[in-house]
Design a protein around this ligand. Structure first.
Ligand code: HSE
Length: 302
């Protein structure tokens, strides 16, 4: 019937804490086919299996959206493939939410706009930084005030990315527990100045300055550094190899470097020798976000 593809995402980008996010070139893919009854098949074992389709997270999201529209959700067979590791700071749950919303959108013919999809995704996820990037692609700045999320996608950022994925999980709630509950006004003003300058530098193509600001975050990086082995080594080694800036991806434990265009593969290869226990991967920013490809039925020729 159709295929849904959603990129992974990296939230925060240092000082853009709880606000900025980028879509990155690893994907969750759902192949959806007509079926008598609901069925989920996983082609990768990184996705947890469930005993009943009703317990499947993607089904739950799709059903919730269908219910909001009082629409029945037709049964189908969903084959899922994921390149996004769980609980590593690469937005696996955000991608699943966006995929579930699109599944309902297609099956119930809801014709949701991007704004409606984002509003549903924020309602389910609670915060917009990952879901906005996964939905829209590229570098997206968001803010949630009350229940409403506003967003703006930046023009394409011309850098490669390198990710350093350790082989352990870190739950966002644990990574939030180490953050201070309060922040002095003067520190908040400096911290938001750092964030503003990072965005301005990205918009004007000054990636050196943007990288410097990424590494000058005051909101969360210094508190979370202790949860992330090799945090300082990864930053300094990547910088020696030419990275503009290296930050925690989302709430961690993955870290991500913004590196000059065309140098991702070389830098990743060298970083692999320093981090043999990590999955080090050269990625791109994904500018497309959520994609749906409707299969054209093969008809017999006369
Ligand atoms: N902005 C969130 C955090 C991302 O840093 O806690 C995790 O979903």
């Amino acid at each position: 019937m159709f295929t849904i593809s959603v990129p992974a995402s990296s939230a925060n980008i240092g000082p853009g804490f709880d606000s900025a996010g980028v879509a990155v070139s690893r994907y969750l893919t759902l192949q959806v086919k007509e079926s008598e009854e609901w069925q989920f098949t996983h082609t990768t074992n990184s996705i947890p299996s469930v005993r009943h389709y009703r317990d499947h997270y993607i089904y739950k999201v799709a059903k919730q959206v269908a219910d909001w529209h009082d629409s029945p959700l037709t049964a189908c067979h969903v084959t899922m493939d994921s390149e996004i590791p769980l609980a590593r700071g690469l937005g696996s749950s955000a991608s699943a939410i966006v995929a579930g919303i699109e599944l309902a959108n297609q099956l119930c013919e809801l014709r949701l706009t991007e704004d409606q999809k984002l509003a549903y995704a924020v309602k389910i996820e609670g915060h917009p930084d990952n879901v906005a990037a996964a939905l829209l692609g590229g570098f997206v700045v968001t803010v949630k005030m009350g229940e409403e999320a506003s967003y703006k996608k930046l023009p394409a950022i011309q850098t490669d990315l390198v990710v350093y994925i350790p082989n352990f999980e870190l739950k966002t709630e644990d990574a939030r527990k180490v953050l201070p509950e309060e922040f002095l006004m003067k520190d908040a003003a400096t911290a938001s100045g750092v964030s503003n300058l990072m965005i301005s530098a990205l918009l004007t193509g000054d990636y050196e300055l943007a990288g410097k600001m990424m590494e000058s975050d005051l909101f969360h990086e210094s508190y979370r550094a202790k949860l992330i082995p090799n945090y300082f080594d990864i930053r300094s080694e990547a910088r020696k190899l030419g990275a503009f800036g290296t930050v925690i991806s989302g709430a961690g434990p993955t870290m991500i470097s913004f590196v000059p265009n065309g140098q991702g593969a070389t830098i990743a290869e060298q970083m692999r020798t320093i981090l043999p226990d990590y999955e080090v991967d050269a990625l791109q920013l994904d500018e497309k976000g959520l994609q749906v490809k409707v299969d054209i039925p093969i008809t017999e020729k006369d």
